[in-house]
Design a protein. Sequence first.
Length: 268
Amino acid sequence: MTKLKNWALYICVLGLIVMSMMSVNTTQAKAAIEPGHEIKFNIKPEIFKESTIVQVFQATKKDDVKVYFYDTLDQSFLHNDYIHRLRVYKGSNKMDVTYKKRFLNTPLSEAMAETMNHGFTGSESNYKFELDIKGDHRTFTISRKESLKTSAEVSYDSVDTNVAKKLILENAPKKIVNWNSEAWYKNTLSQVVVYGPASAMTYKGSFLGHEADIEVWQYKGDIMVELSTKVDDAAQAATIEKQWYEQLLSTGYLSGDQRGKTAFVMDK
């Protein structure tokens, strides 16, 4: 009888160990970084005025936005793959600051390994992990958006640069601040100037059966129109990219300029 009891206890303990291991494996699986995918194409601004956007993409207008980027005169943040972007919305008291760390010309596996070495697990609900797909570029990015309220100093009509810099610092996530070093980040941020604002109009529609976002950016006399969509699955992203590219090319809609929106503003 004693042997049976000992055996039963052994089985119970073994079961608890197995369940514990399964729990750990499940937690690790959930914590793995699985980036979403954003497919982007620039389309010809000379074709896509508002009426054409509404017609071709069955789109409705969402927002008028002013977009500001903050970096030093020699673009120290950008050269180290940081982006700080402020969006202020017309007719609203909302604005948002986006902090982005990107990995240009870096294989996805290497980018994610470096990300995990900096303390990310993939379980951070307030960060977004994404593979930006545009032209020949596949760029892994980490971003975090802080939603804030406008004020007399920061509104759609005007933005005080010093107040905006203070807001960026006060809301900066620690994982971004400490990526290189806190001292370097704060020193660099203290020297930033404003790039912009670009005026943007955003639309929500669809293209070839997939939800689509369309943004029309205007800055210093130039116009850029970007068509994009987001999906989680890599295979689906590849399918959409191929379908959209072939359709945009065959209809003559595809622009020869496939710059990103950040470059559209900060390269001027």
